[in-house]
Design a binder for this molecule. Structure first.
Ligand SMILES: Cc1cc2nc3c(=O)[nH]c(=O)nc-3n(C[C@H](O)[C@H](O)[C@H](O)COP(=O)(O)O)c2cc1C
Length: 302
């Protein structure tokens, strides 16, 4: 449960009425106190609750109001287990409900064919881009609605790693592609809200504002003050490997030596050397292109 008062994204102490910048209402309360939930009670989400939050999502804005998406509800233990494996995160199978949000051009194509209209969305980057936004906006509306009814949720982005297999498991037709998975359920425990970069760093007026190096470093170190990753031989080896492949031998040695003498990885090093390995992230782009092509999305050619 949320404590009586806590620090918000920009370090402000919010009182038990969840006032921030002087405003307070139920919607803001849920927005300021939310956090991703990965620990769920084994309590069923009723059909009525589930329908309500999904239908709230379907009322989201959508470009041209086309709603180029489908949502697959997964509640069977067997399928949840398989999705948890494919997404490489065990806890997923313990969530009472999984919602897989997919871009769906199949439905629009059928509609166009039945209506003597042309349809080229799967060949169009513009359509893909907008459909990606539409489906993400719908998912976030579902999240907010879920919070308002006492549920917790967490997005799972690793569904993209095995999109091909997920398509098989969920029997997604051509031109339907999984974008994000949402775990839903009643929280057994809810972490305190994570610190976020604050207003002054994220928001500029009229034109983009470049903060000074000091300001930028301060903002990130305040945000990530909890991240402390100690040096180990194994981690240093990974760091050296990543740095060598991106910066060359000499610079890799200098950076690794700095990490060793600091005794810990700073948060940026943690993120881009260890967690989202900067060398690996650019590899395998071809795999994603292939998975999109397999699903009938052909916009990635000139
Ligand atoms: C697109 C996206 C993908 C995510 N993927 C994962 C994931 O695969 N596993 C996970 O545990 N959390 C995932 N998350 C949740 C983030 O880790 C979480 O939002 C972040 O740590 C900030 O914490 P908060 O949501 O409590 O503010 C994802 C969030 C987003 C928006």
């Amino acid at each position: 449960m949320v404590e009586e008062s806590f620090l918000t994204f920009d370090g402000k102490l919010v009182d038990k009425n969840f006032r921030c910048s002087g405003h307070f209402n139920e919607t803001l309360k849920f927005m300021f106190t939310r956090s991703s939930v990965r620990d769920f009670l084994p309590k069923k989400v009723s059909e009525e609750v589930l329908r309500t939050i999904i239908e709230a999502g379907l009322h989201s804005p959508s470009a041209g109001n086309l709603q180029p998406y489908s949502i697959i509800r997964v509640e069977s233990e067997e399928k949840k287990r398989i999705l948890a494996e494919l997404c490489l995160q065990k806890f997923i199978s313990k969530a009472p409900v999984l919602l897989v949000f997919c871009i769906d051009f199949h439905r629009l194509e059928r509609w166009s064919r039945l209506s003597d209209a042309p349809f080229t969305a799967p060949q169009s980057f513009r359509h893909f881009w907008v459909a990606f936004l539409d489906v993400s906006i719908c998912a976030q509306s579902v999240c907010v609605a879920a919070e308002s009814l006492g549920l917790g949720s967490v997005y799972i982005g690793t569904i993209i790693e095995s999109a091909d297999k997920v398509r098989d498991v969920l029997q997604l037709p051509d031109k339907v592609f999984p974008v994000i998975l949402l775990c839903l359920g009643y929280p057994r425990s809810r972490p305190l809200p994570q610190k976020k970069l604050g207003y002054n760093i994220i928001v500029s007026s009229e034109v983009y504002r470049e903060p000074s190096d000091e300001e930028l470093l301060k903002a990130f170190s305040e945000k990530y003050e909890m991240i402390k990753v100690k040096v180990s031989d194994e981690r240093l080896k990974v760091a050296e490997e990543v740095c060598r492949s991106l910066f060359g031998e000499d610079e890799a040695k200098v950076i690794v030596e700095r990490i060793r003498s600091a005794g810990q990885f700073n948060p940026a090093q943690y993120y881009f050397l260890l967690h989202y390995r900067a060398d690996m992230m650019c590899k395998g782009n071809g795999l994603f292109v292939k998975m999109l092509k397999n699903a009938g999305f052909n916009f990635l050619k000139e």
